[in-house]
Design a protein around this ligand. Structure first.
Ligand code: PNS
Length: 163
């Protein structure tokens, strides 16, 4: 049987414990996961795509079936390019749902061969977002509960106001 590949797309600006939770759970369900750093036209990012990729790589280096990539194009095209059968998204609250539902339907229209699967976030990550992490770190707050330890210092170094 052919390898079952899923993509986990996002801005990851930066990756948080909430993202990691979804990625690792997805990695238990598929032969290969490709975490792909993409452009969200509604967001302006603080970290460059290469920096975001590097931060993700550091956090998933132990996982054998996870790759990390950057793609500046349509997710539906990327899934086709990689032969992926699924797109994995994390859902936090109902407020995420309408937008995610719209994207899932559009991606299905653009690439009928790919299914979007939603994983519910773990309860402790319900409120967590990259923009919260950036705000807290920029004001020298403690973000250690929200981001993996292995990238904590990199993020603090880039984000916090120099005292
Ligand atoms: O982490 P985000 O910002 O919620 O991720 C959104 C992202 C990057 C997955 C989404 O904006 C995306 O798929 N961008 C690639 C371009 C594309 O395919 N747009 C959607 C057409 S419906």
């Amino acid at each position: 049987m052919s390898e079952r590949i899923a993509v986990c797309p996002g801005s990851f600006d930066p990756i948080t414990k909430g993202h990691i939770d979804i990625i690792l759970r997805a990695a238990n369900m598929f032969d290969k996961i490709i975490v792909v750093v993409m452009t969200n036209i509604n967001k302006s990012c603080f970290f460059t795509p290469e920096e975001r990729k590097e931060l993700i790589l550091k956090t998933v280096s132990d996982a054998k079936n996870i790759e990390v990539d950057i793609y500046d194009g349509l997710l539906a095209d990327y899934a086709k390019l990689k032969g992926a059968c699924a797109i994995i998204k994390g859902l936090r609250a109902m407020s995420d749902f309408e937008y995610e539902f719209q994207m899932a339907l559009t991606n299905k229209k653009l690439n009928p061969e790919v299914e979007t699967l939603f994983l519910t976030t773990s309860a402790e990550n319900m409120y967590l977002s990259s923009s919260m992490v950036k705000q807290i770190a920029a004001m020298n707050g403690d973000v250690s509960d929200f981001i993996p330890e292995v990238i904590h210092d990199d993020i603090i170094e880039r984000l916090s106001f120099k005292k």
